[in-house]
Design a protein around this ligand. Structure first.
Ligand code: HGY
Ligand code: MN
Ligand code: MN
Length: 416
């Protein structure tokens, strides 16, 4: 399996890779990611898997025909698992995303899609014929790196974001999501969603827990609640050389204080706060900014802790804004509640794989789908523990172990 993994991986590894940083620039629906979507269709075609879309930019490759009679009907939850936890007649969905953060790592997203196709190969090579469809998905705009809302594709499919709001989201060049997609997104598709009995996403681990546990694969237990808040600060643009310090209304000052406050308030709470993105106008060395816009990414193990963190940062920013004579507007751009994956499914898979069970602070499409169908995640060891960076890593052997684990999970869910 290691050799087959490397062979398939090498087909996509160069796509969208920045020669200088070694990171990836695979923004949703831009040429590199469009190339990977073509590759997805090629892989599906090679395996005789028809590809369907949902009108939102998500792709689905089907092993076994999609049920034509709408949502699956057996078991207590149409399309859901039976009471004993086995999957109903619905399809078993797996896959992940192709898009990356700016200069992101190679594995975050694509590993789940490559592993899914290889897991199908593994089952077929073993002569396994599922009793229900196995579907490989590629969700669009999981990172939110182009249009600002993470898990945009899975939020559209599940109706967690309004199609008109999504259509109007714009990238830095002012291109709307609808323009990039080529049409207004279709929005929620309950009939398609009802065809899935379970979703299992394999993903590179974005931390060092598996290194410390000395294990190649883990099962996810939960995703921390997290969100993104836009802090817009307006002051008075002016000359850097002729404006006395006492006469300034400098939004950069308020912003700098806000960043320090976010760091302190997060540390006090054992939470995580990051300000990694800022936009300054006019962004000139010799001009006091007129506006500074910064984005806070805040996460915590518990919802109350997260709420307290964000409230504290907003209060500190507002207090400083008054002192600096600047104006502050805070807008929540996205929020993901605490996700606790289906405990029965997680325990079942952890037992099947003899794998540890881990929470994560990273968001995933699985975190969105978990509110709509039984969902699980598999993590593959990342020796550096670093992610959203060119330093993200995974060994071929561990990736192969991930494929084998995913194949066993798919067999468990789709063959009984
Ligand atoms: O931001 C996240 O946690 C995910 O990688 N989109
Ligand atoms: Mn990511
Ligand atoms: Mn990801």
């Amino acid at each position: 399996m290691t050799g087959r993994f490397r062979e398939l991986w090498d087909e996509i590894a160069p796509v969208g890779r920045d020669a200088d940083s070694g990171g990836y620039l695979r923004y949703a629906l831009t040429p590199p990611e469009l190339r990977l979507r073509e590759w997805f269709r090629e892989q599906a075609d090679l395996r005789g898997m028809p590809v369907s879309g949902d009108g939102n930019g998500n792709l689905f490759a089907w092993w076994g025909d999609p049920p034509t009679d709408g949502p699956a009907t057996d078991g207590p939850n149409a399309g859901g698992p039976n009471a004993d936890g086995s999957a109903g007649t619905g399809a078993v969905l797996t896959g992940s995303h192709f898009d990356s953060v700016p200069h992101g790592g190679a594995y975050d997203g694509p590993l789940g899609i490559v592993s899914a196709f290889l897991a199908v190969d593994e089952l077929r090579a073993a002569g396994v014929t599922p009793v229900r469809p196995v579907v490989v998905a590629a969700f669009v705009e999981e990172e939110g790196a182009r249009f600002g809302v993470p898990c945009l594709g899975s939020r559209l499919l599940t109706g967690e974001i309004d199609a008109d709001r999504a259509a109007g989201l714009r990238d830095a060049a002012g291109v709307s999501f609808a323009e990039a997609l080529g049409h207004r997104p279709a929005g929620a598709d309950p009939a398609l969603l009802g065809r899935f009995a379970a979703f299992v996403e394999l993903h590179v681990e974005q931390g060092r827990a598996l290194v410390d546990a000395d294990a190649p694969v883990a099962v996810a237990s939960a995703i921390w609640p997290h969100g993104r808040w836009r802090f817009e600060l307006r002051g008075e643009g002016n000359h850097a050389g002729t404006t006395r310090m006492a006469d300034r209304r400098d939004p950069m000052l308020t912003f700098a204080f806000t960043v320090l406050a976010a760091n302190k308030e997060a540390r006090l709470r054992g939470a995580h706060a990051t300000v990694g993105r800022v936009a300054v106008e006019p962004n000139a060395t010799n001009a006091i900014p007129s506006t500074v816009t910064g984005w806070l990414d805040a996460r915590a193990a518990e919802p109350d802790t997260l709420d307290g963190l964000v409230e504290a940062v907003q209060a500190k920013a507002a207090e400083r804004s008054r002192r600096d004579g600047t104006e502050l507007t805070v807008t929540r751009e996205s929020a993901t509640p605490l996700v606790t994956f289906d405990g029965g499914l997680a325990d079942r898979l952890a037992g099947l794989l003899a794998a540890p069970v881990l929470p994560t602070g990273a968001g995933h499409d699985a975190g969105v789908l978990a509110a709509h169908l039984p969902t699980a995640m598999l993590f593959v060891r990342n020796p550096t523990g670093v992610s959203h960076s060119p330093a993200e890593a995974a060994t071929d052997d561990d990736c192969a172990a991930g494929v084998v684990a995913l194949a066993r999970v798919l067999e468990e869910l789709a063959c009984h």
